[in-house]
Ligand binder design. Structure first.
Ligand SMILES: *[C@@H]1O[C@H](CO)[C@@H](O)[C@H](O)[C@H]1NC(C)=O
Ligand SMILES: *[C@@H]1O[C@H](CO)[C@@H](O)[C@H](O)[C@H]1NC(C)=O
Ligand SMILES: *[C@@H]1O[C@H](CO)[C@@H](O)[C@H](O)[C@H]1NC(C)=O
Ligand SMILES: *[C@@H]1O[C@H](CO)[C@@H](O)[C@H](O)[C@H]1NC(C)=O
Ligand SMILES: *[C@@H]1O[C@H](CO)[C@@H](O)[C@H](O)[C@H]1NC(C)=O
Ligand SMILES: *[C@@H]1O[C@H](CO)[C@@H](O)[C@H](O)[C@H]1NC(C)=O
Ligand SMILES: *[C@@H]1O[C@H](CO)[C@@H](O)[C@H](O)[C@H]1NC(C)=O
Ligand SMILES: *[C@@H]1O[C@H](CO)[C@@H](O)[C@H](O)[C@H]1NC(C)=O
Length: 394
């Protein structure tokens, strides 16, 4: 419905302004004023219609000095200004202002005109450019004081944020990662969050957010040493296949360094990527994977360990790898094959022994079926009965 409205509106206006095929430019969407923090981006949008289709321009007048309006172009301010205009159905233009600084505060103007003389340098156009303005206010981020700075594993901590600049607050939120874990509509500039015991599960990046205009927030890192677990305590592989051993750590911050080793008689032999071309190690922040190619029963069976470390400490886990012979892998299959063979044999023997004494008084149906008996045979079964019986018993 809305789509139809958009198309219909220009048509109606064009009809109203009738008089041949000319219609001066008019706005159907004006840019909206915004407040942003330094470093943030802003987007202004403008749409105009008319016939012929109007051209859209963007102009800027700064707040902080007495310069007057100057035209903006795509790539201005060292590419921090970008534009995207389309001229289909009606003229639309979006102005992207990136990495805003306080000097970008000011009045932004969308201008539209379809007068043929609009860009003539000496002739002044009969119909002037129409204008629509919006203010962009860029402010320095307010100061938020956070505590504590040092967080000890296992302890009870209360995270605190204090918004020390005075701005109206409509509410507050605590987030862990990007999930909201606590929220209220209090306007107090001090907010806190209780963590009864700091552990791997509670570790992460906590954000305190004040619902101001624009929203302001600060991050508190709740850090612990790695919490390493093996994906499976034991792995099985067949001779010649690839063995995959996996360790994970889901604590914050991620593991900086993963080490794999093999344990033999209490001696740890470190496995580095490429010590043997059969070992491939792939590590990401919270996961590491050791692949052992072409498993060998003698060489590869045993206990493997992974150790993960970050600036707060280290932890490890072990995995037992069992390698079965190729044949062992076949046993279940061979078992099934043997079972089937035995069954088939038993049935065969049973059938062989049963048939001679069953045949004389045997059921007609089964006799016909074995003979590939078809409908015509059945319809006059009385006549053929003896033939069949003779053949069967012979
Ligand atoms: C603003 O105007 C005053 C006089 O009107 C002039 O002296 C000053 O240089 C101007 N400042 C800027 C940044 O243009
Ligand atoms: C420009 O606008 C078109 C159509 O609205 C859109 O498909 C395209 O992604 C936009 N480009 C940028 C850089 O935003
Ligand atoms: C928050 O900051 C203000 C200004 O620095 C200070 O007066 C106030 O005591 C602080 N509140 C807390 C709970 O830290
Ligand atoms: C946090 O815990 C402390 C002590 O355990 C308690 O006094 C305080 O009320 C708690 N705060 C919140 C917001 O639950
Ligand atoms: C919090 O952790 C992130 C990611 O590890 C890091 O970039 C950031 O500097 C840390 N912040 C503080 C205050 O330590
Ligand atoms: C190990 O080597 C493989 C390829 O040889 C590579 O993809 C992988 O990223 C390497 N791992 C580490 C931890 O360097
Ligand atoms: C850590 O693991 C989670 C899933 O448990 C995943 O979503 C996330 O992307 C991983 N982070 C890194 C840094 O690998
Ligand atoms: C792995 O960590 C354990 C203790 O967690 C340590 O005894 C062992 O030496 C470490 N091994 C390697 C190869 O870092």
């Amino acid at each position: 419905m809305r789509g139809i409205g958009f198309v219909a509106l220009p048509l109606v206006l064009l009809l109203l302004c009738g008089r041949g095929s000319q219609a001066s430019a008019g706005f159907i969407k004006s840019p909206l004023s915004v407040v942003r923090l330094t470093g943030q981006d802003a987007e202004l949008h403008c749409e105009a219609i008319g016939r012929p289709m109007p051209e859209i321009q963007w102009w800027f007048e700064p707040d902080y000095n007495n310069e007057s309006f100057s035209q903006l172009w795509d790539g201005a301010r060292m590419d921090r200004v970008q534009m995207n205009s389309t001229y289909v159905f009606h003229a639309t233009s979006t102005l992207y202002l990136m990495e805003l600084g306080t000097e970008d505060s000011g009045t932004y103007e969308c201008r539209a005109s379809n007068d043929p003389d609009r860009n003539h340098l000496s002739k002044s156009p009969r119909i002037k450019w129409i204008r629509s303005q919006a203010n962009v206010i860029v402010i320095d981020p307010p100061n938020i004081v956070t505590s504590p700075t040092d967080i000890e594993e296992g302890s009870h901590v209360v995270l605190n944020c204090n918004l020390t600049d005075q701005i109206p607050i409509a509410g507050r939120e605590w987030l862990k990662g990007d999930k909201v874990i606590q929220k209220d509509d209090d306007s107090s500039p001090v907010m806190s969050y209780n963590i009864s015991e700091v552990n791997a599960e509670k570790s992460g990046q906590y954000t305190c957010k004040f619902l101001t205009t624009p929203e302001v927030s600060e991050i508190i890192n709740v850090t612990v040493s790695p919490h390493v677990v093996a994906y499976k305590k034991s792995e099985h592989g067949n001779e010649g296949d690839t063995g995959v051993l996996t360790c994970k750590s889901n604590s914050f911050p991620p593991v900086d360094n993963w080490v794999w080793y093999k344990e033999e008689d209490g001696v740890h032999t470190v496995i580095a990527n490429g010590t043997d071309e059969r070992f491939i190690i792939k590590s990401a922040g919270n996961k590491t994977e050791l692949r052992v190619l072409k498993l060998d029963m003698k060489l590869d069976q045993g206990v493997y360990g992974c150790n993960g470390t970050n600036t707060f400490g280290g932890a490890g886990a072990t995995i037992a790898l069992r390698v079965r012979s190729r044949l062992a892998a076949l046993w279940p299959f061979l078992g099934i094959v043997a079972e089937v063979l035995i069954l088939v044999t038993i049935i065969f023997i049973y059938e062989k022994r049963r048939k001679p004494d069953e045949a004389p008084e045997g059921s007609e149906n089964s006799s016909f079926d074995e003979d590939g008996g078809s409908a015509p045979l059945k319809s006059n079964s009385g006549a053929n009965h003896d033939n069949v019986r003779q053949r069967n018993s012979s």
